[in-house]
Write a protein that binds this ligand. Structure first.
Ligand SMILES: [Fe+2]
Length: 285
């Protein structure tokens, strides 16, 4: 047992981690953190007080973090530079429409009023395990079209895309890189359809997959307290939230990814206008 780390299972899946960051973590502790993270794709830390830089350093235990304002930012309904405001967010992986979607993400509660909206997590690993055998066989080898998120509170379709918007085809079932375990990679918000099926067949199949993937009794709902940090595998685990109330809610967000958004989606003029071309390119390099 490490002097710096203790683990306990969360109610549905994943682990709560009691961590002592007063001294640097040794390589055995870091390895165990990575192993726990790979097993369920969800870790919850409590009582931290990390600057953006310190959060980046913690996340680097799990994978590459680039110094980019598009990848690392504030999710907030009160900060001027905050993102997402009060929007409801349907179930999704972040940026599944990129060729290399983000590997993982971490949200750290800086300011959350009691009762501020929770974040919900569903496991694509467990979703796949629950599928009846015939359904698993049916989706073997199928691919789905992931499209840019133009709407957060309803499913995005091919017809919602605007000129220049990116979309990418990914396998419906992918394998977790560290363990080889299969997981479902279709989501409620940005999977426009399954390739090779008619629109109605595709909608029907997606609805059936979602009924297993988002099974209510296996959803982990995180009620935020100041100092919480939730780290999730953005490929194997999906997240969602209801509409945010007027209670203050500021979460510091860090992304683990090999490639930045700007590197993969150079044609997205929107982020270049908002963030500045040079900063995005130089920081993502
Ligand atoms: Fe998200």
């Amino acid at each position: 047992m490490s002097a710096h780390l203790a683990y306990s299972p969360l109610p549905r899946f994943g682990f709560e981690v009691n961590i002592d960051l007063s001294a640097p973590l040794g390589s055995a502790d870091q390895e165990e953190l990575r192993r726990r993270f790979a097993s369920d794709g969800l870790l919850v830390f409590r009582g931290l007080r990390l600057s953006m830089q310190e959060q980046c350093d913690l996340c680097r235990i799990f994978g590459p973090v680039i110094d980019s304002p598009y990848e690392n930012f504030y999710v907030s309904n009160v900060r001027k530079d905050g993102h997402l405001g009060a929007l409801e967010l349907q179930w999704h992986n972040d940026v599944p429409y990129l060729p290399r979607p983000y590997l993982a993400a971490a949200l750290h509660a800086i300011e959350v009023a009691p009762g501020a909206s929770s974040t919900r997590f569903a496991s694509g690993l467990r979703g796949y395990e629950r599928l009846p055998r015939a359904l698993r066989e049916r989706i073997t080898g199928l691919n789905a079209l992931q499209v840019k998120q133009r709407f957060s509170q309803r499913a995005n379709r091919l017809t919602d895309l605007q000129p220049g918007d990116l979309c990418t085809v990914h396998a419906v079932v992918r394998q977790q890189e560290q363990t080889g375990r299969p997981y479902l990679f279709v989501n409620q918000n940005m999977t426009a359809g399954i390739i090779g099926l008619s629109p109605s067949e595709s909608d029907e199949l997606l609805a059936e997959l979602f009924s297993w993937l988002y099974l209510e009794e296996d959803v982990y709902e995180h009620s935020w307290r100041p100092g919480d940090l939730v780290l999730w595998d953005n490929l194997a685990v999906q997240h969602a939230r209801g509409r945010v109330s007027t209670d203050a809610r500021t979460l510091q967000r860090v992304t683990i990814t090999e490639l930045g958004y700007a590197q993969q989606y150079a044609a997205d003029l929107g982020i270049r206008v908002a963030y500045g071309n040079e900063k995005l390119i130089s920081s993502a390099a």
